[in-house]
Write a protein that binds this ligand. Structure first.
Ligand SMILES: Cc1cc2nc3c(=O)[nH]c(=O)nc-3n(C[C@H](O)[C@H](O)[C@H](O)COP(=O)(O)O)c2cc1C
Length: 176
């Protein structure tokens, strides 16, 4: 999930690059409907939530884990992305969901800290190494160029491998 709605988003490009460098056995699906979610309203968060919200919840339920890349706006999480998280608070499938955060800007630590706090409150399960701050490499919004650059692709692939192992171990732990 990208926290940005911009067409030339660095965060979205990083997630697209992740699909290009993902290790064998890891399949990434980009959530691209953030702009279509209605503003969160607890009154509408009942048994029949809005259609877009139901679709988001279905996608989250299907995913073994969530990889999130989110920008920082005014030292916080962009409203559109926090809106999506608010719709997921009451989603039973979010409980225990493995989550990894990719940070594309080292200086943007406020939003990362806020995201962590929110996600922990939502009972997400973080891998110990699930917080990756990637080097800034130009052109930062070109997924193909990022995927082709070792300075970027190597740590990104390593983070994905670690995250996949964390998810796998979690499932194995539940079976034991
Ligand atoms: C309204 C606004 C506020 C911003 N506030 C911050 C900030 O507080 N800290 C920061 O590091 N960057 C801030 N930025 C810069 C964005 O985080 C940066 O441009 C980022 O690349 C946007 O992500 P995107 O390329 O995925 O859209 C701000 C940008 C905008 C438009």
């Amino acid at each position: 999930m990208s926290g940005s709605l911009r067409a030339a988003s660095i965060n979205t490009a990083v997630l697209k690059a992740a699909t290009l460098v993902s290790p064998a056995g890891v399949e990434l699906t980009l959530y691209e409907r953030l702009a279509f979610l209605p503003p969160f309203n607890p009154d509408e968060d009942g048994e029949r939530p809005p259609r877009e919200v139901a679709a988001l919840r279905t996608e989250v339920a299907r995913a073994d884990g969530l990889l999130i890349a989110c920008p920082e706006y005014a030292h916080g999480v962009p409203g559109a992305f926090k809106n999506a998280l608010d719709w997921l608070v009451s989603s039973p499938d979010f409980d225990g969901k493995p989550v990894a955060l990719v940070n594309c800007a080292a200086r943007a630590f406020h939003a990362q800290a806020s995201l962590r706090e929110t996600l922990v409150t939502m009972s997400a399960r973080f891998a110990p190494e699930a917080f990756v701050t990637l080097p800034f490499i130009e052109p930062a919004n070109d997924a193909m160029a990022l995927a082709a650059d070792e300075r970027f692709a190597v740590p990104l692939r390593a983070a994905l491998s670690t995250f996949a192992a964390f998810i796998h171990d979690g499932w194995a732990g539940r079976r034991r």
